[in-house]
Design a protein around this ligand. Structure first.
Ligand code: GMT
Length: 380
């Protein structure tokens, strides 16, 4: 198949899923064309079967807001025509599904077919999409999509309830490549790598996100401060965004900044995650929680909040621990008791990896996308 993929190319779960999907599809012999305003961040290097098409957005002085969605629609139609794409797959409904709808209409007027699949990821439904200025057009574009997938059952139900979408929605959960996200098998190698972050005997906690308010990064620092009262530890914070300075300020105010590593945006998180003992994801809301899945694949159990689609991924007390949003005391005491009970931690580490491998591995999900594409092509 020849597949066009559009996503946000910046750091964020939907862009990660779209890029990893494109890489896996190309590895399976499909031709993949990314269409976006810049190259997706995980698409570094030249992969066979992958092409990247930049969307130029001209900024005429009359435009207070350059119309990216129109430029994207034009480029989608061009790329589809020149490369004879079979379909488009857009990740994150706003504005990608609207642009895809326009591209489909442009080509239809010339007798060419371009079906498109929209994958709903999270805030396109739970936050931004609900804004009155976007709600009607987002609903329309989802409804008009030739296929709609969502990354969790929770998100599917939310879309039906809040948007009144009647088109069938197929749940295809987030996935991870378990050969890239994996534990470091050699304990001596792992111990040596951990020494760059922590002294022997210290625990390592990790958090990865785009530091948006929904991720509650300040809670990560609060939990860590409580853990430190009982256990020597280091905290590794990967990512950057609006709440980074609030987290840095709190770290200094609590005088624990010398134990917190603000690493900023990192490309090879699969090399960092396996060094940690536990991962923290105290989000206000997660439609799935891809960062937690990546951690689980590396045998790092997540300490997370019981929100959105997270319980579809984490079995509380088995492959991780779940708490109410904002309950930093409970999260800290859960972490402390787990770190003090190494046998229980080891069982949980195995369960986390097993969940990733047996339920959310790319080898299971990518074929689901391929057969979904085939079903869309057969009925359009
Ligand atoms: O909302 C974000 O923080 C980023 C967002 C995205 O679209 O980039 O993440 C969403 O998509 C991820 C991949 O499908 C999910 O794993 C995240 O749970 C989801 N985020 C939220 O629902 C807040």
């Amino acid at each position: 198949m020849r597949i066009g993929i559009t996503c946000y190319p910046t750091y964020g779960g939907s862009g990660v899923v779209a890029t990893e999907l494109g890489i896996e599809l190309a590895a399976a012999g499909h031709e993949v064309h990314f269409i976006s305003y810049s190259q997706p961040f995980r698409l570094n290097g030249r992969n066979d079967g992958i092409f990247y098409h930049e969307v130029p957005v001209s900024n005429y002085p009359l435009f207070e807001f350059p119309p990216y969605d129109l430029a994207l629609a034009s480029r989608m139609a061009e790329v589809a025509e020149y490369n004879e794409l079979d379909l488009l797959h857009v990740h994150y409904a706003i504005p990608h599904s609207v642009s895809a709808l326009l591209a489909r209409q442009m080509l239809a007027s010339r007798g060419r077919r371009l079906p498109f699949v929209t994958t709903l990821h999270g805030t396109d439904i739970t936050l931004v999409g609900l804004d009155r200025s976007y709600l009607p057009i987002t609903t329309y574009a989802i409804q008009e999509s030739d296929g709609v997938t969502s990354i969790s059952q929770y998100l599917k139900e939310k879309t039906i309830a809040d948007f009144g979408v009647t088109r069938p929605i197929q749940v295809i959960p987030n996935f991870v490549n378990c050969d890239i996200y994996m534990p470091i098998k050699d304990e001596a190698v792992r111990a040596e790598a951990r020494r760059r972050l922590a002294k022997p005997g210290e625990a390592i906690l990790i958090h990865l996100s785009n530091f948006r308010p929904v991720k509650r990064v300040v809670d990560v620092v609060k939990v860590f401060a409580r853990v430190l009262r009982e256990i020597p530890a280091q905290l590794v914070l990967v990512g950057d965004g609006p709440d980074r300075s609030a987290a840095e300020w709190l770290a200094h105010d609590l005088r624990i900044h010398d134990r917190i590593h603000f690493l900023g945006k990192q490309d090879r998180v699969n090399e960092l995650i396996p060094l940690a003992d536990l991962m923290l994801m105290p989000s206000e809301l997660e439609s799935f929680g891809l960062a937690a899945l990546e951690a689980m694949a590396c045998k790092v159990p997540p300490i997370a909040t019981r929100v959105g689609g997270v319980p579809e991924l984490i079995d509380d007390g088995v492959s991780g621990l779940l708490y109410p949003v904002g309950d930093v005391d409970a999260m800290a005491s859960g972490i402390v008791s787990l770190l003090k009970d190494r046998d229980r931690l080891e069982v949980m580490r195995d369960a986390a990896r097993k969940t990733a491998r047996t339920r959310f591995c790319s080898t299971l999900m990518v074929p689901q996308y391929v057969s979904y594409y085939e079903s869309v092509l057969n009925r359009t």
